[in-house]
Design a protein around this ligand. Structure first.
Ligand SMILES: Cc1cc2nc3c(=O)[nH]c(=O)nc-3n(C[C@H](O)[C@H](O)[C@H](O)COP(=O)(O)OP(=O)(O)OC[C@H]3O[C@@H](n4cnc5c(N)ncnc54)[C@H](O)[C@@H]3O)c2cc1C
Length: 393
């Protein structure tokens, strides 16, 4: 029996295994993940801001596949892939041989080599980092009552991409409650968002982007555009000679793919590999790369599609079909992606959205936040099972 090894139980990996199992394929399917749980990365900012708990956005990977007899889950960390030997090196178990590999190891925080970013910035990339960022913020705000250090009430969010904006939306929502709980003056809290580029929310049209920016500004966020970060100190962010002091520095400037990609000798850029039309790796017909470790050129403009949960899930569907085709000696199909739109939450009760389903819709306010919630719930429904979705509220 052939062995298909899937690396990573994120959106891409879990969805691949579910689809492969559902296809009735006659193969042993092995899923490797370093944590016993899957976490919904699209909601990590809520854990980091303290508006959700880890249990709200995670589910048990082994339990999801417990009754699937040809699916085996291995909880271990992937160290390297030996592409010629068709073998995956694991931290605690013996090397794992594969006939076909689906690499879906996901993303890590990008520091762009900026001095001090790794040491002094709090990233939001998984459950542990989200919880660490939350604890640091809460401890620092709590300390103000005795320290009276104005920097304890200053928060800097580095970068103004999706994660930064969604985090800001949650944190401004929670701030009045935190002020009450820890006894600090809400009006002395200073929240700055520092962005190197000239625009905030540039992926939306001007009207939606301006609405989102004004919404956050009204709630106390100050945006600094065209302000490249040059250094991150323990209690300040530098942009050339300009200093922004703060005792909480959230590092959400962007992501790159898993370091395992570079460590395994792939032809990569920022740990992403540009894949073939059918999502296989050039020169390795037994390997597929999907999710945030893959790069898929957009035929409309030649640029790579942004890495999102949405494209990861669509890739997983295509890979499962292509693996079934390969096993049956049939040709693989080309991956074609049509984005369904973009939704950015601005806290639990607001957001902006540009959706391409049943026409084109630009949404602002509470209706956009409902769209985001429906999308999140749909992901749980499709990745785990209906019981999990019903229990998630
Ligand atoms: C705060 C936030 C909000 C976002 N919001 C949205 C959104 O609204 N919509 C959207 O479409 N996208 C959103 N994204 C992007 C989206 O989350 C990613 O594109 C998506 O998670 C990529 O899925 P993936 O399966 O490739 O990787 P991941 O979700 O990163 O999953 C990778 C898996 O591999 C495991 N793993 C990693 N390294 C190893 C190793 N060495 N050994 C074993 N296991 C390993 C990890 O534990 C994880 O389970 C958001 C991202 C963030 C951070």
């Amino acid at each position: 029996m052939k062995r298909i090894v899937v690396l990573g139980a994120g959106y891409a990996g879990i969805r691949t295994v579910k689809k492969l199992y559902g296809s009735g394929i006659d193969a042993q399917i092995v899923l490797v993940n370093k944590n016993p749980y899957h976490y919904m990365t699209t909601q990590l900012h809520e854990v980091a801001a303290g508006t959700k708990e880890p249990a709200d956005i995670t589910f048990d990977v082994a339990q999801t596949f417990a009754d699937k007899k040809n699916v085996q889950v291995i909880l271990d960390e992937v160290i390297r892939i030996d592409q010629d030997a068709k073998s995956v090196e694991l931290k605690n178990n013996a090397p794992l041989q594969y006939d076909y590999l689906v690499n879906a190891l996901g993303f890590e925080s990008e520091t762009f080599g900026i001095q001090g970013a790794e040491e002094n910035g709090w990233p939001i990339i998984d459950i542990n980092t989200a919880l660490a960022a939350r604890k640091h913020l809460e401890d620092t705000l709590k300390r103000y009552k005795t320290s009276h250090d104005p920097n304890d009430l200053r928060i800097i969010v580095c970068g103004a991409g999706f994660t930064s904006i969604e985090y800001l939306g949650e944190i401004v929502h929670r701030m009045p409650k935190l002020a009450k709980e820890y006894g600090f003056p809400r009006n002395k809290v200073k929240i700055d968002c520092i962005e190197a580029g000239p625009k905030i929310l540039g992926m939306f049209n001007q009207d939606l982007a301006q609405w989102g920016v004004k919404y956050l500004e009204k709630k106390g966020v100050t945006f600094h555009v065209s302000t490249p970060i040059t250094e991150v100190k323990t209690n300040a962010v530098m942009s050339n000679d300009k200093e922004f002091p703060a005792n909480t520095i959230i590092w959400t400037t962007g992501v790159h793919g898993s370091h395992v990609i570079a460590d395994s000798g792939y032809d990569q850029k920022r740990n992403r590999v540009v894949v073939e039309d059918d999502l296989r790796v050039n020169g390795h017909p037994d390997q597929f790369l999907i999710g945030d470790v893959s790069g898929v050129p957009n035929p409309d403009n030649g640029r790579l599609f942004p890495t999102t949960a949405q494209i990861s899930i669509a890739q997983a569907d295509c890979v499962a079909e292509n693996l079934v085709a390969l096993m049956n000696g049939q040709p693989t199909k080309k991956f074609v992606f049509k984005a369904l739109g973009t939704v950015c939450s601005l806290g639990p009760t607001s957001g902006i959205a540009s959706i391409d389903m049943f026409g084109h819709w630009n949404l602002k306010g509470w209706i956009a936040s409902i769209a985001k919630k429906l999308i999140a719930d749909r992901a749980v429904l499709e990745l785990a099972n209906i019981r999990t979705m019903l229990e998630s509220d």
